[in-house]
Design a protein around this ligand. Structure first.
Ligand code: PLP
Length: 428
């Protein structure tokens, strides 16, 4: 495959943008290569600047559940452009998207729109602290909740990929209120709550972890978290920025039948434009300004173009049977990838929940971040590069999830499995 144009564009970008990218993992550093520059995308395919085409399992890191350039989403964006691009005053579109979110996610009575997942989680934690009058928060190792200071502790995603222990620039005074515990370990949660329960404002968790690779919750873990937080007046925040509208229409909370106090959303609800949101029980949400004292604001929040893309997307995925066929395709893909590894004698642990999937290059079960880190990263890099060379575009990190979209056909899945069989054979 030709790479000259991507290489040239990267050389220029590195000179004017730190690392040549506007988000770290895109740089492909951990897999020992350079990024492809994308010219355009359509359906499940990406086309790079050199004219190569790829079947895309990154989906812009989660939002593109309908695939790229879905006609209804493009039409909605084009239509709203005739009205203008930003007013800094309310529009009908904000409540329309709010209604779609509230209808889908059972625990949300009210929702506030922001511009990214980072803003959503940062604001949700502030709200939990404001509501409870407590300062401590609990998160879990390997979960990523965006890059706000308080949440950059033992974080997943790029922080894990680049092996950054914490981040310079985040004062200890800020992170002293953040306790990070092992994912799926209810005993350590109980221990901390026993000692300091009355100081803890919230527990924030990815109900299905997707930023240390994909790690599902252990049987009963989320139920126990719900019970113990309720008993101790601690706000339970489900960070569903990735899982919302992805693992089920109503998110992981619908799938596992658990009602958190606050939910954060992003990715899919923006239909490929920058949107985040946080919502929850009415009595909690009423603490947000201007109704209550907890301050949070945004010049471009509820942006009409982003709202229109989100509305069009959420309308499409409401259609009956949407998730059944998507999930089936994902299951078949993961089985195929796992079989390809097995046949080559490569030990892997692979799984999918809804249309979110992951594969670790380790023989052991993966229940937490420590387990995830036993994955053979050299093998992963070789796999990543081999697949890319065969026209399959995966996240350039072991510590990320993959996504299937409605635009992937059975044939695309077959092509991907065939590529994996060849690559696994080469790297074994
Ligand atoms: C992507 C993600 C975020 C951060 O969202 P941004 O839009 O990148 O700021 C937060 N939490 C989870 C679970 C995510 O997957």
């Amino acid at each position: 495959m030709k790479r000259e144009t991507s290489e040239k564009l990267f050389k220029h970008s590195v000179n004017v943008i730190p690392g040549g990218v506007n988000s770290p993992v895109r740089a492909c550093k951990s897999v020992g290569t350079d990024p492809l520059f994308i010219e355009r995308a359509d359906g499940c395919r990406l086309f790079d600047a050199d004219g190569n085409s790829y079947i895309d399992y990154v989906g812009s890191w989660g939002p593109m559940i309908l695939g790229h350039r879905h006609p209804e989403v493009i039409k909605a964006i084009e239509n709203v452009l005739n009205r203008g691009t930003s007013f800094g005053a309310p529009t009908d579109l904000e409540a329309e998207l709010a209604d779609l979110v509230i209808d889908a996610v059972p625990s949300i009575d009210m929702v506030r729109m922001v511009n990214s997942g980072t803003e959503a989680t940062m604001s949700a934690v502030r709200l939990a602290r404001g509501f409870t009058g407590r300062d401590l928060i609990i998160k879990f190792d390997g979960c990523y909740h965006g890059h706000a200071d308080t949440l950059l502790v033992e974080a997943g995603s790029g922080v894990a990929t680049l092996n950054i222990p914490g981040s310079p620039g985040v004062p200890e005074a800020v992170t002293q209120y953040t306790l990070s515990l092992p994912f799926n370990d209810i005993d350590s949660v109980k221990e901390v709550i026993e000692k300091r329960g009355a100081e803890i404002a919230c527990i924030i968790i990815e109900p299905v972890a997707g930023n240390m690779g994909m790690v599902p919750p252990a049987e009963g873990f989320l139920e126990e978290l719900r019970a113990i937080t309720e008993k101790n007046g601690i706000i339970l925040i489900f960070d569903e920025v990735m899982t919302g509208f992805r693992v089920a229409h109503g998110g992981a909370q619908e799938g596992y039948g658990i009602s958190p106090d606050i939910t954060t959303l992003g990715k899919i609800i923006g239909g490929g434009l920058p949107v985040g949101a946080y919502g929850g029980r009415r009595e909690i949400m009423e603490h947000i300004a201007p109704q209550g004292p907890v301050y949070q604001a945004g010049t471009l929040s509820g942006n009409p173009v982003a709202m229109a893309a989100g509305i069009a997307t959420l309308k499409q995925i409401k259609q009956p049977g949407f998730y059944d066929s998507l999930n089936e395709k994902t299951e078949r893909l993961v089985k195929g990838l796992k079989n390809a590894a097995d046949s080559a004698g490569i030990k892997t642990t692979a799984d999918s929940i809804g249309s979110m999937f992951g594969m670790f290059f380790t023989g052991q079960a993966v229940d937490n971040f420590a387990d995830a880190k036993t994955s053979n990263l050299e093998l992963f890099s070789a796999y990543y590069k081999g697949m890319r060379e065969k026209g399959i575009y995966l996240a350039p990190s072991q510590f990320e999830a993959g996504f299937v979209s409605a635009a992937h056909s059975d044939e695309d899945i077959d092509t991907t499995i065939k590529a994996a069989e060849a690559v696994m054979g080469e790297i074994a």
